[in-house]
Design a protein around this ligand. Structure first.
Ligand code: GLN
Ligand code: ZN
Length: 796
């Protein structure tokens, strides 16, 4: 079997959502019952066709495996679960006789139904993308069921195209999995490695039959500490994946696709010997191995030689798949040439899939003069890869124009207006330790109790209320100019009044104004601070059909005027209950924007924190007694390696404290975090020193309570008891059960009752019903707890 040639230039993946969010629109229509399965499939096929023609137009070939087939209707990890038939037992009835499931079943795994919780969702490495967590137990079945992918590949082959199918690799799949409920204590999904690998062998065989020359197995799990510690598992997995059977023929009947193993997001394996694991894979017979040369370290020369010696292609991930800055083409070309001199000529690639960045830059017309020239989105990055491959093959002269343009853009950026402002840098360098301190937490709690008089187990929400069509339409209209600014203000006031009235009717204790004026919480602050720019079409998939439009933070940050005070004060004027002021924290603003790479993140974070500190001072002066500063992304930016985490947490925690430490003791600071793997950052959360913290917990059925109890967490805490990531309405009994679980591990005097996250993406019907159940369950628990004790007085 001779190895097919690996293309000189490739990308590891491409945005799946569509330049006009075609996938999102088709999914939403399908779920709303307005597009049947066949319609959804054809919309998805059309989008795939457009992607292939666009990539071909840019210069990738559709016949040499350089175009990845990484299409997904929802999530690539869910696709792997389905391709392996690894259904958790609560979904077993969705499977047909051969173990496969249909499109409806696929979405049931992703979104749940009336009886079943969907798969848990969690962040993909240190990014803002969410994947669906596989649940693996000792009895999970595995079978090669990648029919959708093999059919796709063979249809393309029939049309004369050879695409490169992409799958999450077996090691990463199991590293990302969690033990299924009911698995014996201590069970590790990695124990099922051999069975999973057997199913992958079947999938590879089917892909070879379908006409795939190369298959890409993504193994970013190897760049984490756990992955690095289990390098032996990776070795075992790939040895078995590539092995011949007893008769000496390969498992693939003499034909299997060649394998590309990718390791984006960091350094694969042991960082003292970067990339060594890639050498091991090469020796086992993996035909191409990829390393991330931006976030990760370049493999040592020794390893590169070893890779070359086994005839394995080294695929250099040199164009960053995660940021939007133009590549320093000259520096990259030098790196590639050095690699080529060390061993064989590398293939040029992106560091990761490009699904973390928007589709294309040329449709953006509102970026400030100059800024656009500093950027590269997915299409421009694809061109950069092709340019570098050409420069590597033909020499720098062949790409002189592109090299010069890239260098000129870098110079212009360094000197750009607003990029470096002395006044801003003077403020961050003058900060003193007292700017980060609020004083004793217990004294604060006492002062706040006196000021707020809240009942036991106070109920609240996380901030946003459903964004109805009317809200979106009004926002679009004011942007287009068809609605006047004053009409829009009027509209927002009416919306706030409606939401306040609803919350009073439901019986919540701490109210919110509903955030109707915000499209995206980070974008909203970015639009109201200097140093940021928003894109018009720069949508990036966050999960399933959900997209965000990250802002671009390119300059020193300032707040020209108060941002939220008017809305919060208006809401407060309508009710006697406290209304929370609602802000987004500095770490999250960084995490959900594309952030400048020309100064330390800590400096940028402090600039944002100072702008927020001014906003908080204004809210406090206007009489706001509770101010929530959301940091849902605190954990997301957490470095993948423990040895890097302390340095990150130090600046991240400091920035939050800098933003929130200017207030009086009687002003209550809340924060909200969007995840449930709390254990690993609990001391950082403690370090935030917020008076009350709400977090996601319903999907994991409050696993977090044990972590909190074990840590001895002493401030206010609201583990979410209503999962807002699915349209399902929890029953009062269900919520009561979760409150009971929380009360087993936490002191009632510190427990808050709230949903998992904001309600923005939900509809009013399900939201209202769910919140009524939540309030009823909280009241029942309160009554149970306070029999004979005085209950705090609500303001109303
Ligand atoms: N306050 C925000 C909201 O309710 C928080 C959202 C988030 O943390 N993702 O929408
Ligand atoms: Zn959240």
């Amino acid at each position: 079997m001779s190895t097919p040639h690996f293309p000189a230039a490739t990308i590891l993946g491409y945005p799946r959502i569509g330049p006009n969010r075609e996938l999102k629109k088709a999914l939403d229509a399908h779920w709303a019952g307005n597009l049947d399965t066949a319609g959804l499939q054809s919309a998805s096929r059309e989008l795939q066709e457009n992607t292939i023609s666009r990539l071909t137009e840019l210069g990738l070939s559709a016949t040499d495996s350089s175009i990845p087939a990484d299409f997904s209707l929802y999530d690539q990890v869910l696709d792997a679960t389905v391709a392996l038939g690894a259904l958790p037992s609560r979904f077993a009835d969705l499977a047909g006789p051969d173990g496969s499931i249909d499109t409806a079943g696929y979405f049931t795994l992703a979104r749940g139904d009336a009886e079943r919780q969907p798969l848990e969702m969690t962040k993909w490495f240190d990014t803002n993308y969410h994947y669906l967590v596989p649940e693996i137990g000792p009895r999970t079945t595995f079978a090669p069921l990648a029919h959708a992918l093999t059919t796709l590949i063979s249809e393309h082959r029939g049309a004369g195209r050879t695409l490169r199918p992409v799958l999450v690799g077996p090691v990463t799949y199991l590293l990302l999995a969690k033990a299924e409920d009911g698995a014996p204590a201590g069970f590790d999904p990695l124990e099922r490695l051999d069975d999973v690998v057997a199913a992958y062998r079947g999938i590879l065989a089917a892909l070879a039959d379908a006409g795939a020359d190369w298959v890409q197995l993504d193994e970013p799990g190897l760049v984490t500490d756990r992955g690095a510690a289990h390098a032996d598992i990776a070795e075992r997995a790939y040895r078995s994946l590539l092995a011949a059977d007893d008769a000496g023929t390969s498992y693939y009947g003499g034909r299997r696709p060649a394998l590309l193993v990718t390791t984006g997001y960091g350094t694969a394996g042991d960082r003292d010997t970067p990339g060594e694991i890639l050498g091991v894979l090469a020796e086992l017979g993996v035909e191409a191995v990829h390393a991330d040369l931006q976030r990760g370290a370049q493999p040592q020369a020794e390893t590169l030689l070893r890779i070359g010696a086994f005839g394995t292609r080294f695929v250099a991930g040199i164009v960053d798949g995660r940021n939007i800055w133009r590549n320093d083409l000259s520096a990259s070309l030098t790196t590639l040439q050095t690699l080529a001199n060390t061993t064989t000529v590398p293939a040029v690639a992106t560091t990761t899939s490009l699904f973390h960045v928007p589709h294309r830059l040329d449709v953006e017309s509102s970026l400030p003069a100059g800024v656009a020239d500093w950027l590269a989105f997915a299409d421009e990055k694809t061109s950069e890869v092709l340019t570098l491959a050409r420069g590597l093959a033909e020499g720098a002269e062949a790409i002189r124009t592109q090299l010069e343009a890239a260098t000129a853009a870098r110079t212009a950026r360094a000197q750009g207006t607003g990029v470096h402002l002395d006044a801003v840098k003077a403020r961050t360098s003058a900060l003193a330790p007292t700017d980060f301190e609020r004083g004793d937490a217990d004294e604060r709690a006492q002062a706040q109790r006196e000021r707020l008089s809240l009942p036991l187990l106070p109920t609240t929400t996380i901030g946003s209320f459903p964004q109805t069509t009317e809200v979106r339409t009004a926002r679009a209209a004011v942007r287009k100019g068809t609605l006047s600014e004053s009409e829009y203000q009027q509209f927002l006031r009416a919306e706030i009044a409606r939401v306040i009235e609803l919350q009073e009717d439901i019986g919540l204790d701490v109210l919110v104004h509903g955030e109707a004026e915000r499209n995206d919480m980070v974008q909203y602050f970015a639009e109201n601070m200097d140093g940021f720019s928003a894109t018009e079409h720069g949508w990036v998939q966050s999960y399933g059909s959900r997209c965000t439009r990250p802002s671009i933070l390119w300059g020193d940050v300032t707040r020209p005027k108060a941002i939220t005070v008017e809305w919060t004060s208006y809401a407060q004027s309508l009710t006697a209950h406290p209304v929370k002021g609602m802000l987004t924290g500095p770490v999250t603003i960084l995490a959900w924007s594309f952030v400048r790479d020309d100064q330390p993140l800590a400096e940028t974070a402090n600039q944002v924190a100072l702008a927020l500190r001014e906003e908080i001072a204004d809210l406090e002066a206007a009489g706001t007694a509770i101010i929530q500063v959301d940091e849902p992304a605190l954990r997301e930016l957490l470095p993948l390696r423990a040895s890097d985490q302390d340095a990150y947490l130090a600046w991240a925690v400091s920035a939050f404290r800098l933003a929130t430490s200017g207030v009086r003791q009687a002003t209550q600071i809340h924060t909200h975090l969007c995840y449930s793997e709390f254990g690993e950052v609990i001391s950082a959360i403690d370090g935030l020193d917020a008076d009350v913290t709400s977090l996601e917990a319903a999907r994991s059925r409050l696993e977090v309570v044990a972590d909190l109890a074990g840590f001895g967490y002493r401030r206010g805490i609201g583990p979410g008891v209503y999962d807002i990531h699915s349209p399902r309405v929890p029953t009062e009994e269900e919520i009561a059960g979760l409150i009971g679980t929380a009360l087993q591990g936490l002191d009632a005097s510190r427990l808050w009752i709230n949903p998992d996250c904001g309600l923005k993406t939900r509809g009013y019907t399900e939201t209202e019903e769910s919140l009524r159940h939540l309030v009823a369950a909280a009241r029942a628990a309160r009554t149970g707890l306070t029999a004979g004790e005085p209950v705090g007085v609500t303001g109303a």
